[in-house]
Design a protein around this ligand. Sequence first.
Ligand code: ZN
Length: 267
Amino acid sequence: MILVTGRTSLQVLAHSRQAAVGVLTCELQVDVLVEELKGLLAGHLPPRRAEHTPQQLMTAPHLRVAGIVPGASMPRRTAHREIDHDGLQRAARELLRALGADVEDEGLEETPRRVAAAYSELLTPRPFRATTFPNEGYDELIVARAIPFHSLCMHHLLPFQGVAHIGYLPGESLIGLSKLGRVVELFARDLQIQEQLTTQIADWLDEELEPKGVGVVLEAEHLCMSLRGVQKQGAKTVTSALHGLVRDDARTRQEFLALTTRTSHDH
Ligand code: ZN
């Protein structure tokens, strides 16, 4: 679903429900070294998993050792991009030249280096441990609203930025709310289109948490639209991906959409 609206406000990070805030405060950071983990897992692995690497094992959401679900240091399905920093600087210099700029100008001297650094940062996600923990019977939607993000439009290499609303109906695993922002960033630091970013976040949560349902809504302003006069400034593009019961169960879907669209109507 894609919808363009004329809203201009940016929202601050807020946890919408008492229960969700409770989950956040319960989150435990469990650091397990790969080598220790291998040892721990040696006796517990189903045979079909035996050929997998420790990294893959660490991302397996169903794998439990003493009640702990080990998280991955770097989740799967991220773009393994090699950034050529020297090439990027040369290209930035060429771009300036092609734009008719005097690349010998003192003011532009450092620009290729700065451009290279900026694009490198925008396209390099930070590794994180996607710590999950067992769900002790929490059976309601968990929603994090208005998580700020920025990304880079693959069609124009211009930024788009806005907020992500993420909700899931937990199965056997929970993830810390603070990690939801890191998941968004993981896929946002890429050459992106908003629709793809939305589904990548939803798919990742599906795979890592095996929840009963997932909903992701992104609202973003694209500089390639607002600067070029196609849409008036402040126009937001809204994309959504609803999976499982968040899509199929009318009550859950309504609850998710009410919680995630409420921020927009508050302003
Ligand atoms: Zn664009």
